[in-house]
Design a binder for this molecule. Structure first.
Ligand code: NIG
Ligand code: FE
Length: 410
């Protein structure tokens, strides 16, 4: 058994027994921190923690790794509840097109964007796709992410979507962190079905869903409900079909336009509604006191130069607010959740406490990992991060280009 004792911790963050599994409204302002603390782990399970002044001492020091965390913080690793981390190639040529004045939607209209990624993914052998994603996820873990959702949606064909989901299944088996898979066949209408929308949706429902269920390839189902992508009615039909196979909704809604997707997804018991750069009063009312998590993606807003989600309104409306990276080659080529933390504070005016809550407890809720992730408590094996020396916890968000991570415990 591996025993580790972390002593002199400046702040043990998000710690306590009986912390809620999701927090909303004013609760977001409070972040439990134990100052000048210790933490004892056995095979990564928390067996003891408390104030240094109350430490009872260890009688048998044999085989105990002692880690001195003077001036350092220990936090539950952040959870990334929304990524597109499996893809064939980066898309910096579109980034340059946008610098020259084209919009994300204009690039998509001329065959770039998601369809560009789909062409490359369909051409790439499964083993190569797996290797590329594996390297990316090694970096994601090193950046302090302790659990991850990955979507399909760059296949947009029977073989392509299955290939992507099988790669995600291989990644789940390969890595020690929790990975959850989301079927996003309805990410864009593929070229081959340009004149046959219903045909594509039939393919998703009648051919892909049964095979995905048979191979147990996904936990969730997603639809990009957006003008030029999928309508509200199409989303509803796809989510209803997914529900028959036990896939719960986690959807892309309100990125560029409001189409009623938030309320409809809440009605279908969505685990989360993601993006929400646009938000109206009906959306806020639907999320108020709802169990559906509202997930904002500030990295996407920053990279595409579109509005940031209104975190304050969502918190004031008593929604469960989470943050994620949206890591993907088109709209958010960064998986750094520390950067998401900074953007949330700088651009959305979330306090560091609110943003850390949104990246730990509430992000775990957005992946249905509340029982195991997002907080530090006795008997838990939640992945942990030990920071470098920091003057305060707010410094994590403030020094927005520094590497704050000293070590991860998974
Ligand atoms: O979440 N909005 C839709 N999907 C992705 C972008 C995908 C892409 O551009 O490749 C997103 O931003
Ligand atoms: Fe996304």
């Amino acid at each position: 058994m591996r025993k580790q004792f972390i002593k002199n911790i400046k702040g043990l963050v998000q710690v306590g027994e009986n912390l809620p599994s999701a927090i909303r409204g004013q609760q977001m302002q409070h972040l439990p921190v134990l100052e000048d603390a210790y933490l004892a782990l056995e095979d990564n399970t928390v067996v003891d923690y408390g104030l240094m002044s109350d430490w009872p001492g260890i009688t048998d020091w044999r085989d105990v790794e002692v880690i001195d965390a003077t001036n350092c913080y220990v936090l539950p690793a952040f959870i990334d509840s929304h990524t597109h981390a499996v893809f064939a190639a980066s898309r910096e040529e579109e980034f340059v097109d946008r610098i020259r004045g084209l919009s994300y939607e204009e690039i998509a209209a001329k065959g770039g964007g998601i369809l560009n990624s789909a062409r490359k993914l369909n051409d790439m052998p499964e083993a190569e796709l797996f290797n590329a994603a594996k390297k990316r996820i090694e970096k994601i873990i090193a950046a302090g992410t302790g659990a991850l959702e990955i979507k399909s949606g760059y296949g947009l064909s029977l073989d392509g979507e299955l290939k992507m989901l099988r790669v995600i299944a291989q990644l789940k088996a390969h890595f020690p962190i929790a990975i959850k898979a989301t079927f996003l066949g309805a990410h864009a209408l593929p070229q081959a079905f340009k004149e046959n929308r219903t045909g594509y949706i039939d393919l998703l429902i009648n051919e892909l869903l049964p095979q995905i269920a048979k191979e147990n390839l996904a936990e969730y189902i997603d639809v990009f409900c957006e003008r030029n992508y999928f309508t509200l009615e199409e989303m509803t039909r796809i989510l209803e079909a997914g529900a028959k196979y036990g896939l719960k909704p986690k959807v892309h809604v309100n990125q560029f336009s409001i189409m009623g997707g938030v309320g409809a997804a809440v009605d279908q018991n969505a685990v989360s509604v993601d993006h929400l750069e646009e938000l109206d009063d009906a959306d806020l009312a639907a999320l108020s006191n709802s169990a559906t998590v509202a997930t904002l993606l500030p990295g996407c807003s920053h990279f595409l130069t579109i509005p940031f989600g209104n975190a304050r309104k969502l918190m004031d409306a008593n929604a469960i607010l989470a943050l994620a990276s949206d890591f993907n080659p088109g709209s958010s080529p960064s998986y750094h959740l520390m950067n998401v933390l900074s953007l949330a504070c700088i651009k959305m005016k979330m306090t560091p406490e609110e943003a850390i809550n949104a990246l730990t407890i509430n992000a775990a809720a957005a992946l249905e990992l509340s029982e195991t992730h997002g907080k530090i408590a006795l008997g838990r094996k939640s992945p942990l991060v030990l920071t470098k020396e920091l003057p305060s916890l707010a410094y994590l968000a403030y020094a927005y280009t520094e590497d704050h991570i000293q070590r991860i415990f998974i």
